[in-house]
Design a protein around this ligand. Structure first.
Ligand code: AMP
Ligand code: ZN
Length: 512
């Protein structure tokens, strides 16, 4: 394999650069995960997918990787676009919205993080090496805040602890928002804290003894600011000098700008040299929004509620699309270009994924062939070229459309071969395996596909239902009836009817 170095657009330097890990051949990176207050939508997954592709590309060129992607379960506020995020905690707001469905806020967090993992696996995203939760790292966060106060980078008011932006001369280097006037509080942002010394200062710790998730601190009861969570979890698992940080474009400011300031104040030097941001996904040419009816969660598309009219009929009628078709559709736009998700893209993607499946079936058959000599002239060479081109495209700032097109050349070469010997089939199967490792579009890697319709996913579906039923039985024996009910609701949403009989629990699909 030719020597390759992936190139990525670095928001920090505003150029496309060769990525050179600090330790040769070992990429350490962090990607901002979701706030678990709802089901993740396809836009969230476009961002998570970028991290997955960085991982797959690094592995394909033979690097080792350490990949951390967090779960935010406290402190992410509704007005997170403001210099100093304010508003209501998204988690608390969700608990209000969901009413009786959850026993408490931790239960809600667990429910939506379980749902996230199922979607994550259905879309063939590789698991990170560590998936830290903010609530499990509050002690680390408090230590960091204390250190920032002690070193003069932060100060305490009666509303919380603030990072003093004045002490970070490079503040603004990531987003370009350098001028104090630019950062002046907008009308909404006149944060009701007279004690704040500079409108640019942002909260590291918010004092609030009534907050649903609260911890005791040297300054009183409260909870951590959203930005410090990611700084601390990143450095906890990757050290104070790691390689790369990824997230959606909305996070450049203030979230990542504030992370840079905190990291550098804590470490005393630059912590992360490469910053990668995914452009927002739009649906049918418009920003996704519930009011426009073009807001899709992953489950809306792969396991829709049959009665949910906001999901297009065509998708509901087939019980949801193949999750790999959805992944393919998300890959069809490069992460840094505006991406317009349409039903047409989804249809085309489903056809492409089917071509892979058909080719795979043909190869499985040909593997049984008695002819050992290569029958398809030039096939091995075409496949080698296809893979090299697909990998080159990924190294070129994750050019996924280019990579998919190169991979399809390999599919076409197999389709066009008149006959395949066992040797051809072995070569082509290996090629398919490599393409799948690179792009994740051929074979589901986890059993947890959530498709309710069709027959392909039936075994996986049954396995998943049974596991939920076991979990529900455990919850009931532990007296956790709220959890048991939440699981029943989840099964209900999956179109499963559960019957509790004296000699055990049985289930069936509704309406079948
Ligand atoms: P959140 O759960 O709001 O913290 O978002 C999780 C991730 O999804 C972040 O990296 C966001 O930047 C990203 N994100 C949110 N909406 C979109 C979108 N429409 N397109 C791409 N990424 C998004
Ligand atoms: Zn983050």
């Amino acid at each position: 394999m030719a020597d390759r170095t992936p190139r990525l657009y670095n928001t920090l330097t505003r150029t496309t650069e060769a990525v050179e890990p600090r330790e040769e051949g070992h990429l350490r990176f962090y990607s901002c995960g979701p706030t678990v207050y709802n089901y993740a939508h396809i836009g969230n997954f476009r961002s998570f997918l970028t991290a997955d592709l960085i991982l797959r590309t690094a592995r394909a060129i033979g690097w080792e990787t350490t990949y951390v992607s967090n779960i935010t379960d406290v402190g992410h506020l509704t007005q997170d676009d403001l210099v100093d995020p304010s508003g209501e905690d998204r988690m608390a707001q969700a608990l209000e919205r969901e009413g009786e469905r959850f026993a408490n806020i931790y239960d809600l967090a667990r429910y939506y993080s379980d749902a996230l993992l199922r979607d994550w696996h259905a879309l063939n995203l590789r698991d990170p090496d560590v998936r830290p939760r903010a609530t499990e790292h509050v002690t680390d966060q408090l230590e960091a805040v204390i250190k920032l106060v002690d070193s003069g980078h932060a100060y305490v008011t009666d509303k919380g602890v603030y990072f003093s932006v004045e002490t970070a001369p490079d503040y603004g280097k990531l987003s370009g928002n350098r001028e104090a006037e630019q950062l002046q509080a907008t009308e909404r942002d006149i944060v009701e804290d007279e004690g704040k010394r500079d409108p640019r200062d942002f909260a590291l710790w918010k004092l609030d003894e009534n907050h649903l998730m609260k911890w005791h601190s040297p300054w009183g009861w409260g909870y951590p600011g959203w930005h410090i969570e990611c700084s601390v979890m990143g450095m906890r698992y990757l050290g104070d000098q790691f390689d790369l940080h990824a997230g959606g474009e909305d996070l450049i400011f203030p979230h990542h700008e504030c992370e840079v300031a905190q990291n550098e104040a804590l470490a005393g030097h630059e912590v992360i040299p490469y910053w990668v941001h995914t452009r927002f996904l739009q649906v049918e040419g418009e920003k996704m929004s519930k009011s426009k009816g073009n807001f899709y969660t992953v489950r809306d598309l792969i396991a829709p509620d049959p009665d949910d009219e906001h999901v297009p009929d065509a998708i509901r009628q087939q019980g949801g699309v193949d999750p790999l078709a959805l992944r393919y559709a998300l890959l069809s736009g490069q992460y840094r270009k505006p991406f317009n998700f349409t039903l047409k893209t989804l249809r085309d993607s489903a056809r492409a994924v089917k071509r892979y499946r058909d080719v795979q079936a043909r190869l499985d058959e040909a593997l049984q062939s008695t002819s050992e000599t290569a029958a398809a002239t030039g096939l091995a060479e075409s496949l080698r070229e296809s893979y090299e081109e697909a990998l080159d495209a990924m190294c070129d700032d994750l050019n996924t459309p280019g990579s998919l097109a190169a991979a399809l050349k390999g599919v076409k070469a197999i389709e066009q071969a008149d006959s395949l010997s066992a040797a051809d089939a072995r070569t082509a199967t290996e090629w398919l395996h490599d393409i799948n490792n690179l792009l994740g579009i051929v074979e589901p890697q986890h059993a947890a596909t959530e498709r309710t319709g069709g027959s392909d996913g039936d075994d996986d579906f049954a396995e998943q239902v049974e596991s939920l039923i076991r979990e529900r039985a455990d919850a009931r024996s532990a007296g956790d009836y709220d959890r048991a009910d939440a699981i029943r609701d989840e099964l209900d949403e999956m179109g499963v009817e559960v019957k509790d009989n004296p000699d055990g629990t049985t289930w069936e699909r509704k309406g079948l």
